[in-house]
Ligand binder design. Structure first.
Ligand SMILES: Cc1cc2nc3c(=O)[nH]c(=O)nc-3n(C[C@H](O)[C@H](O)[C@H](O)COP(=O)(O)OP(=O)(O)OC[C@H]3O[C@@H](n4cnc5c(N)ncnc54)[C@H](O)[C@@H]3O)c2cc1C
Length: 243
């Protein structure tokens, strides 16, 4: 699909919120789209972006500039056209019975939780961590919010897993944990789930080639064998990924 960009605005110093036309409201929080950022051959491959919002003919993504592809994407203007395919992958699927969702998000890993919040009526307790103040630039409001930065510029100084472990809900066996962010954070959250016997799901952000299962570039090892992050993921059950 070649949707028109409706808005491209900064979110703090490090992120851009980009909205574009999207006629179909049918997608699950945790799913992603693949975006081709240029008609030329460089960069050739589409870039995966989590769906951060979808309603009324409009999809939103939050983009952090990392390399060439995300730099080009972030410089697009309102009225420009994108080349977007998807949605792809398996989204979050917390059981109906849980009493609270503990959502652990690192940096731009907040994006799928913006979408989750718009689609869920569950209480969401957010643990939002980054290296510094600018990394916490995604503005949003969950039912309860806890912040951490490695440099201590906002919230508790340290890792997001520190504030997660200090929260009383971590002992609530009916709570359900969801996480999205850098690999090191996901691995630490996974270990907490296993140790505390708390159920959860982790959204992985492996590098991807195609996004729909053909190139096998995003394989991860799980206790059920090798899985493609783009098709069997990006969301995996806690305790199943072999890090
Ligand atoms: C399922 C999924 C959802 C994603 N959602 C978002 C999102 O909502 N917002 C967002 O800003 N980004 C998201 N990403 C990451 C985003 O796709 C990459 O940052 C982007 O593809 C990098 O492209 P680039 O051309 O800018 O950088 P490149 O030039 O390709 O790479 C620059 C540097 O970043 C590293 N890198 C590239 N991709 C990744 C990755 N996936 N994980 C870790 N390191 C990487 C490279 O190794 C290299 O060092 C997501 C990734 C996945 C797999």
């Amino acid at each position: 699909m070649k949707p028109k960009i409706l808005r491209n605005v900064p979110m703090g110093k490090r992120y851009r919120m980009i909205d574009f036309e999207w006629p179909d409201d049918n997608a699950q929080p945790g799913q992603f789209v693949m975006i081709r950022v240029t008609d030329s051959v460089d960069p050739l491959l589409r870039r995966p972006m989590s769906i951060a919002g979808l309603a009324n003919g409009r999809m939103s993504i939050v983009c952090a500039v990392l390399g060439k592809g995300t730099a080009i994407l972030s410089e697009k203007s309102e009225g420009d056209f994108l080349d977007v395919t998807g949605p792809y992958g398996v989204g979050f699927n917390p059981p109906e019975s849980e009493t609270a969702l503990l959502c652990v998000m690192g940096g731009v890993g907040t994006a799928p939780f913006l979408f989750l919040k718009s689609r869920s009526n569950k209480k969401i307790i957010a643990f939002y961590g980054a290296a510094d103040k600018d990394g916490l630039g995604i503005q949003t409001k969950f039912d309860e919010m806890h912040f951490s930065t490695v440099d201590g510029s906002v919230g508790t100084k340290g890792l997001v897993t520190d504030i997660l472990l200090a929260h009383p809900e971590i002992k609530n066996k009916n709570a359900f944990l969801l996480a999205c962010g850098p690999k090191g954070m996901l691995k630490a959250v996974d270990q907490i789930c296993v140790r505390e016997k708390i159920q959860g799901e982790l959204s992985l952000e492996e590098r991807m080639g195609c996004g729909f299962g053909v190139c096998l570039g995003c394989m991860v090892e799980t206790d059920e064998g090798n899985k493609r992050v783009c098709v069997e993921g990006p969301v995996f059950k806690a305790g199943t990924v072999k890090w």
